[in-house]
Design a protein around this ligand. Structure first.
Ligand code: BTN
Length: 278
């Protein structure tokens, strides 16, 4: 099963949730995401909701195959989802993951964080958490979605900036919660517990179409892009620019381009322009 390294099972008393029935805790691992993918592929039905968490990742993976620095002091976890989700709703997984991270951080620390579309979590315009979604959807028993979440809680930022920023196509300043706030005593398992509660709640909501607008409303409130002038890049190349008008129901960004035509953007990397930038 790919779980040959030492781990312990932890119990966070989350028995009333659908997910998180099994939580595997590693001291050191290459990547929780990699292990979650191999477990999900092993096609064991009961792997739905399994969580892998590690103190430290040696080869943490970020979006666009970037490295993700994962020293001790952060929350590095991956959640295996095997519930049936229509392809049209996959974007919502990224939406509810970002909401869950912001809400969980707020609930346990009262620190406010925001979502930089699609799912970077930021405080003071600097990134404190990232989300990586891996999917395999072909309408078979092997379908899976892995939600990988990395939160820089209490980390010496010189360690993360060195390895993460130099690998970014578009550098965004990286920081940690303790570095940006007065709150110094966040326990990562308390945070994880709250995060799993939120994820469980929102995963049940997305099953029912009538809650989608509500979810997008919450996402918009936490988003820092509405009304901003932005530039969108794809694999390092400038693709578009304009003003963010709205976020549509599937989680796409409604951009009013410079030529005043509206376009819906589903992926890309964003930089925010200062209002007076040409
Ligand atoms: C991003 O680039 O913003 C996404 C970062 C995702 C990092 C998390 S940490 C837990 C999980 N395991 C990994 O190797 N990556 C994700």
């Amino acid at each position: 099963m790919g779980m040959d390294e030492p781990y312990r099972k932890i119990d966070l008393s989350l028995e009333n949730l659908v997910i998180a029935k099994r939580i595997y805790h590693y001291k050191k691992i290459n990547s929780t995401q990699q292990l979650a993918i191999s477990l999900a592929k092993s096609n064991i039905d009961h792997e739905h909701g399994t969580v892998i968490v590690a103190d430290e990742q040696m080869e943490g993976i970020g979006r666009a195959k970037k490295k993700w620095a994962s020293p001790i002091g952060g929350l590095w976890m991956s959640l295996i989802i095997k519930q049936k989700i229509e392809i049209a709703k996959i974007n919502l997984i990224s939406v509810i993951s970002a909401i869950s991270v912001c809400e969980a951080i707020y609930k346990i620390s009262h620190v406010k964080s925001y979502i930089k579309w699609p799912n970077d979590i930021i405080i003071n315009e600097k990134k404190i958490a990232g989300i990586l979604i891996d999917t395999n959807i072909n309408n078979s028993k092997n379908d899976y979605i892995i939600i990988g979440i990395g939160i820089n809680i209490n980390i010496d930022i010189s360690k993360i900036n060195l390895s993460v920023e130099s690998n970014n196509i578009l550098p965004i300043r990286v920081t940690s919660i303790t570095n940006e706030s007065k709150v110094k005593n966040i326990n990562r398992f308390t945070l994880m517990k709250q995060l799993l509660r939120k994820l469980d709640f929102y995963l049940s909501l997305i099953q029912n179409d009538k809650y989608h607008n509500k979810i997008i409303e919450i996402y918009k409130k936490l988003s820092n892009l509405l009304g901003k002038r932005i530039v969108i890049y794809h694999e390092g190349l400038k693709k578009n620019s304009g003003i963010v008008k709205d976020i549509e129901n599937g989680g796409g960004l409604i951009l009013e381009r410079e030529d005043k035509v509206e376009e819906i953007i589903y992926s890309g990397e964003i930089t925010i322009r200062e209002q007076n930038n040409k």
